[in-house]
Design a protein around this ligand. Structure first.
Ligand SMILES: [Zn+2]
Length: 407
């Protein structure tokens, strides 16, 4: 029987079983389509002891990250989010030219660039060599490595002590959460602050965001679970902000147990909110599977109807969350002809599983779809504004989560 990634208790409770799925970020080339792609069980469980929701599988991390095609800079709202973050942190923690900001999973440097231009020292740590190269090209010093205890110990020995550390949307992506978190205290200065962002489990449950579950996301986090995890490594959460990103995220402010940072109002507020919502009560986790099945049936019925009406259905956004949705619903090119995506690294590839071809959004005005299914529903407003020409030929935008919605 498998064990909890954090507390090692046996995992027996199903949260949702999404069946066998290909890796959500393994976009395929044309010459690969003739070969069967590997599929792995995608089964999320909740730990009865610490309430960490986690997927239970043994996909090697190398298989998941080796051909990583996501470049953060391709999403304007994400770049804007990063700019706001940098401004707020510089002001709140009085960062200056002798400060050091370290980001874990620094991607193409989209976040650190804002500290760099403010004259503050930066260091990125990024496992994907191809994206790290782009960061270096824009002048962001980047260590190509998986962050863990060993990497942190090596950097500490080299004198790295961070005044601010950012680990945004990365904690959920690590298979060994204890090994990962144990690296933070090694390179965080005595009064340093670590900020951690992740999609809030509370929203995932309340809005049935099952499509955010994929192999690359090992854990689905709550404040409750995180306070236990950081506590086990000599750290504590002292403030929490609620953010609209990724369908509702938390930003935790974490420090050494011995640091001076006082517990702030945000911590009490989110603790209370989770308590009322029953995050520490196993009954809250039941019924999720059944709600996902309803969404699946609703979307498939809609797509079959549009097919009967001979409507041209396309999708927008070749995001990982779209792949979980499409493959869970068994949707392929029979129902959706093409998916448009701005990222040139994804264009002219095919979605894993569904094998839907990915094309540039420049082709939308030629294809003139009657229905455009927006897969990254969290970017809905941005995408609808960018693709407003769709309305010119009477096209409709559709999102599937939390329920089928037609705009
Ligand atoms: Zn546990």
């Amino acid at each position: 029987m498998s064990q909890c990634r954090f507390c090692r208790k046996p995992l027996t409770r199903t949260f949702i079983d999404l069946g066998l799925q290909p890796l959500a970020n393994s976009y395929r080339r044309f010459d690969q389509l003739q070969f069967t792609e590997p599929r792995y069980p995608l089964h999320a469980k909740v730990c009865e002891s610490c309430f960490l929701v986690q997927v239970d599988h043994d996909v090697p991390p190398d298989a998941i990250f080796s051909d990583y095609a996501y470049f953060s800079s391709y999403s304007p709202s994400w770049v804007e989010h990063a700019r706001h973050y940098a401004k707020a942190m510089i002001s709140r923690f009085a960062l200056h030219e002798n400060s050091l900001v370290v980001e874990i999973a620094s991607n193409d440097g989209y976040l650190l660039q804002h500290f760099g231009t403010a004259g503050i020292g930066v260091l990125g740590i990024e496992p994907a060599g191809n994206v790290a190269k782009e960061a270096e090209a824009r002048g962001i010093k980047t260590e190509v490595a998986f962050f863990n205890r060993d990497t942190a110990a090596r950097l500490r020995a080299a004198g790295v002590q961070a005044d601010l550390m950012a680990a945004n949307n990365v904690l959920a992506h690590v298979p060994d959460i204890n090994e990962f978190v144990s690296g933070f205290p090694l390179i965080l200065s005595d009064q340093g602050v670590l900020t951690v962002e992740f999609p809030h489990l509370l929203n995932l449950i309340e809005q049935t965001q099952f499509d955010t579950i994929y192999h690359e996301h090992y854990s689905y986090l709550s404040l409750l679970a995180c306070e236990r995890i950081f506590g086990a490594h000599g750290m504590r959460v002292f403030d929490v902000e609620e953010l609209p990103t990724h369908g509702g995220s938390l930003r935790l402010f974490v420090c050494h147990n011995s640091a001076d940072h006082k517990p702030a109002e945000g911590l009490t507020r989110v603790r209370q909110k989770e308590k009322w919502a029953g995050i520490g009560d196993l009954a809250t986790y039941g019924g999720f599977n059944a709600r996902a099945e309803e969404i699946r049936d609703e979307l498939k019925d809609f797509l079959r109807d549009t097919k009967e009406e001979n409507l041209n259905v396309a999708a927008y956004g070749a995001a990982a969350k779209g792949n979980t949705l499409l493959n869970y619903c068994g949707i392929n090119t029979d129902l959706i002809s093409v998916v448009f995506d701005k990222n040139p690294h994804k264009q002219n590839h095919y979605l894993p599983g569904s094998q839907i071809p990915i094309k540039s959004p420049d082709l939308i005005t030629h294809t003139k779809p009657d229905v455009l299914l927006i897969l990254p529903w969290n970017l809905r407003d941005e995408i609808m504004a960018e693709q407003s020409t769709l309305k010119g030929w009477g096209g409709r935008f559709v999102t599937a989560i939390p329920r089928l919605n037609i705009f």
